[in-house]
Each structure stands twice: as C-alpha cells, then as structure tokens.
Design a protein around this ligand. Structure first.
Ligand code: SAM
Length: 582
C-alpha cells in the first residue's frame, strides 16, 4: 500500500529560483516571489481590505510550497491594524519541504525572518494527513493537508473567503487544475468567496465558471500580461451555514475528553459549563496514574492509524502550547517502544515503516540488538520507537487544560447529569433531584459509556470494558528509559510507581482482582522478560468506553426517534445541538 506514503520535495534551483524537477516548473515568478504573492494572491482576492472588521477570515490554498504566499499573507495581516480577529489558512501540499530545506529557502526573504522561523519551529513531521499549527498565540491557524489534492480537498470542511490557486502551470501539472478539483471548490466556498491565480488558461476559467465563479482577467505580475480573479456568484442559492449566535456550551464529563473539549471551546471564545458527578476532574478511567501517548501503525495505513496519527501529533503540539509535558503537567516525552511479538511481527513492523516512508522523527524501526541495549533485555525481536511518544498523568493534564480555560469555564462538580430536555434555548440538563444544572444551545457528551444513560442516547453502540492496571514500585523493576508496549505495557515511574496493564474484561466489577494482576504480570513478562515481581499487588480499575469498531464517536448525535431518509451518513437525522466525544 502506498496510498498514504508522503514523498517530500527535493530542493533545487534554476537561475536562483526554487525549482521542482519532477514538474519542470519553478515555485514562483522569476520577477519576485514575494511581490507575486502580494500582487496576484493578496491583491487578486481584495486583501487586506476584505478581512477588515471580520471576526475570522479563511483562505484556502492549493500548493503550499515554501509557504511564501502564507508568509506574505501573515505579514500583511499582522501589519493591518484593522485585521480580522482570526486568520484561518488551509493549504494542501503533496510534496512538503523539510524544515531544513525551508530554512535555506526562507533565507532569501530576510524581511520575513521572524515569521518564517516561527513557521519552521512549528513545522509538522512529514507524514500524510492534516496538521494544525497555531501561530501568533492562536490568532493565526494554519492547517496543512499533506497529500494529493484529489484525496485532500474532499476532506476539507471550510467556508473559504478566498482561494489561492498556486499549483505550478496547468500545462505542467494538470492534476492540480482538473475540472473536478476546480468546479468543486464551490463546496467549501463562503457566499462571497473570491479566487486568484496567475493563470488565465481557458480550461481553468471554464471549470471555475462551471462551479459558479465569475472570472475576470486583470493585469498580471511582472512579465505576465494577465492574471485571473474570480468571485463566487452562482445562479443557484449557495448553502450558508450560520455560525452559532450564542457561543455557550455544556460539556458533560470531566475526564480527558471533556477537559480537552472545554479547553478548545474556551480558546475559540465559548463559555463552557463543565458538569461532573465527582468533586474533581479525572476520577474514572482518566484517573489512572499514567496514560501512554503513542500512535498506531498499520501496514495499510487504515483509518484508525490515520486518525490516531493525526490525534497523537496534534496532542503533542497542543501539550507544548499548554506549557509542556513534565512542566505544565506530569509526564515525560521519553519515547515509546512498541515491541514485536516474534520475528515475523518484527519483519512486518520494519516493512510498514519502509512501505509508508515514515520519517525517523515520527517512528524508527529498531532491531532486537538495539532494543536489548535500550531496555536491558535479551533476545527481543525488534520494535517501533516513537521518539515523540511518552506518558502523562491524565489528571494533571486535565487540570492544566481546565486552567487554560480561564474565566470562560464554569465548573459544576458534584453534579450528576441525569436528563436532557429540549428547550427554546437548546438543552436543559437536570440532576437526579430534577433540579436544573445548566442550559445552553449546545451540549457535548464526554462521559464515556454513561452517555447511554439518557433516553435520547441509550441506543448508542457503546460498551464499557473493564481494565485493571497493576501498580509496581519502580525500584523492583529495571530502569528503562522509555515506555514499553507490546501485548501489554509498562510505563516509566509516576511518583515512584510504574503502571503495568491492562486487563480487558467484559464485566462491571470495580474491585481489584488477583486474576487480573496475574494477567498483568504475564504482560509484564512479555515486554520486560527479566523483571521479577514478587510483592503484594496494588492497582486501579477503570472502564474503557468502546464502540464496535473501536473508533471514537465524535460529532452530532443521531435522533433515534426519526426515520432515516437514505443510506448515506448525511441522511441520518441528528439531534440539533447535541454532540458526542465518546
Ligand atoms: N504557494 C507556494 C508558495 O507560496 O510558496 C508555491 C506553490 S508551487 C508553485 C506548487 C505546489 O503545488 C508545489 O509545492 C507542489 O508540490 C504542489 N503540488 C503539485 N501537485 C500537487 C497535487 N496534485 N496535490 C497537492 N499539491 C500539489
């Protein structure tokens, strides 16, 4: 499978201009890249004027390249005292440059040095998928989709105010300008969207016109006589998705999911009421001493792997912004070893890294000798090393996320949400005594399998799976510098305790069981064969919330009372304002 293999760009120049040999084209006009960005892309979209006085402005670019258009835009936005509050910039790029190559390229524009160095500091690892970077303390949100436009564009959900079409000359790179791509830009266009590009190719104009854009030629940049500017004015009524008038949400459940949802909503200007039955956050499954942060790999790069890769990389970046793992909250970015069970598994691990072309700052395959040297074991078969992985104490991460909400958060703890009632204002959440806890237009269920306790959501396909973790004092285990995973796992010490886990039981027993400890010791023997543990057992029981395919349920929850009008996902009727993060 090579579908999600990312092929980074190869840096080369022709007459001092960055050049892509595989396309036979240059990255920008030889009359000046920055000036071209300003004339064609900013000017062609009526910027900076059009973002003035707006809450947010969204730009979608096809072909991020060296980021010159982005940097020119960011610079103009920063220098504009009447800029929008937020700038969203989403760019698709099939062949991203490495940060080192970008440094060499960006050195050509010293006036952009502070912005370009901030961009490179946040530059993602070169793996396929969506990467979100927040710059200027979150006012500039750069979303990079690393992949082919044909795969990436259909996944974009946006209301673009401006499009920058910059994908090499149409004659040299027709895929980037295909009628399918151009005509479908309308799917993500805001009602007054505009488009700018340097090409005036008639095929491009025709495809845009088919999508409802009215094109006009304008004076081009440098030696180019013309460029194209277009605005969205379809003969049909474009769909408008109104932004919520009241940014007020109730989040139910103060585990890692609920705290993360609260933090992100507060960062976007929402008022959040967090409802939790315990007196503190992270008292159930998120109360474990240590949680492991790692991605999942599969040879066919399946949907779980892609989702977890994106989520893992996003989390690691977000945690840095929160103040850093081991600083703002307990944990270590010590790396995680995912051990192979046997020689065949080791070979599969190695092939997966090669086949997907995964970079060493994301994952490295280590042979048995290297693993033995790192763990002090003998005779292991090999492992994936995730150098950015590690462990965190979820309760301290939850506390850091809630602190970051500031006064946008209201904590309603020792309050158990027992019913949800539709009201004119949205949803009313009541406790067991029938008293109102909170009311808001939006409710997000982040309370694990307890989400099924409401009549509206009792049919969600979720179940609770018991997991018992065994606590082993660190001094009875070999000191290993990384988290070890395989059939089971052992973390590095959190307050002198290593967590070994975890059982997987289909019952609801909250008591610790010796049988589960014994299973965990067998898991420990698999990942750390030389460990000898012969002490009375301690630990913790939690319940995982699981769906049948083990993917999370995220988004608007279905209305089970209404008939489904068709067989597509979008035909499922939803409960307005009721969401799950489960
Ligand atoms: N806008 C860039 C800048 O400001 O630096 C320059 C873009 S360069 C002219 C065109 C970019 O499109 C290249 O980086 C190239 O890798 C990318 N590209 C080409 N074909 C693509 C495709 N099918 N899907 C996504 N990106 C593609």
């Amino acid at each position: 499978m090579t579908a999600h293999r990312l092929q980074p760009a190869t840096l080369s120049f022709i007459d001092g201009i960055p050049y892509a040999g595989s396309y036979g084209d240059v990255y920008h006009s030889d009359d000046g890249g920055l000036e071209q960005a300003r004339h064609v892309f900013l000017g062609g979209n009526g910027l900076p004027e059009r973002w003035r006085g707006r809450e947010r402005f969204t730009i979608v670019e096809t072909g991020f390249g060296l980021g010159l258009n982005f940097l020119a835009t960011w610079q103009a936005w920063r220098n504009d005292p009447r800029r929008s509050n937020k700038l969203h910039y989403l760019a698709i790029e099939k062949h991203p440059f490495s940060a080192q190559d970008l440094a060499q390229l960006h050195a050509m524009w010293p006036e952009l040095a502070s912005l370009s160095s901030a961009l490179r500091d946040a530059w993602p690892v070169l793996v396929a998928g969506f990467h979100r970077i927040e710059l200027d303390a979150g006012s500039v949100v750069l979303t990079l989709a690393f992949g082919d436009i044909a795969d990436s564009l259909p996944q974009v959900d946006a209301a673009a105010d401006a499009f920058y079409l910059d994908g090499f000359a149409p004659s040299k790179n027709p895929e980037m300008w295909s009628p399918q791509v151009l005509a479908r830009l309308n799917r993500i266009a805001a009602p007054d969207a505009t488009v700018a590009t340097y090409t005036v190719s008639s095929a491009v104009r025709q495809a845009l016109a088919q999508g409802g854009f009215i094109c006009e030629k304008r004076p081009g940049f440098g030696r180019k006589r013309d460029m194209l500017a277009a605005h969205y004015a379809p003969r049909w009524q474009p769909q408008v998705r109104p932004l919520p008038a009241v940014r007020d949400a109730i989040v139910i459940g103060a585990g890692i999911a609920g705290c993360a949802a609260s933090e992100r909503l507060a960062a976007r200007g929402w008022q959040v009421t967090l409802v939790e039955r315990h007196d503190r956050p992270a008292q159930e499954a998120s109360g474990n001493l240590a949680g492991i942060a790692m991605p999942l790999l599969s040879r066919d790069d399946n949907i779980s792997s892609r989702l977890l890769r994106t989520a893992f990389l996003y989390s690691v970046g977000r945690w840095e912004a929160l103040g850093g793992i081991g600083r703002a909250f307990a944990g270590e970015a010590c790396g995680v070893l995912h051990l192979a069970n046997d020689a065949a598994h080791a070979q599969m691990q190695r092939d997966t890294v090669d086949a997907l072309g995964l970079p060493p700052d994301f994952v490295r395959w280590l042979d048995g000798v290297a693993v033995d040297a790192m763990t002090g074991s003998a005779g292991t078969h090999g492992a994936w090393l995730f150098p950015r992985g590690g462990w965190v104490t979820p309760s301290s991460l939850c506390a850091a996320m809630l602190d970051a909400c500031g006064d946008r958060l209201q904590r309603r703890f020792v309050s158990e949400a027992m019913s949800l009632e539709r009201t004119a204002a949205g949803w009313l959440v009541r406790g067991g005594d029938g008293n109102a806890i909170a009311e808001a237009p939006v409710v997000i269920l982040a309370n694990g399998s307890s989400a099924m306790s409401f009549p509206q959501t009792q049919a969600l396909p979720l179940c609770a799976i018991r997991g018992q973790v065994t606590h082993v004092p660190a001094d009875v285990l070999p000191d290993v510098p990384v988290v070890l995973c395989g059939e089971g796992y052992v973390t590095r010490p959190a307050n002198g305790i290593c967590c070994v886990g975890a059982s997987y039981d289909f019952d609801s027993d909250r008591q610790l069981r010796q049988a589960s400890h014994d299973e965990n010791l067998a898991r420990l023997a698999q990942v750390l064969p030389l460990a000898k543990v012969d002490i009375p057992m301690a630990g913790r029981v939690g319940f995982r919330c699981a769906s049948p395919d083990r993917l999370p349920l995220v988004g608007a929850l279905p209305d089970m009372c209404l008939p489904i009008s068709g067989s597509r996902l979008r035909d499922v009727p939803r409960l307005p304002g009721l969401y799950g993060l489960l």
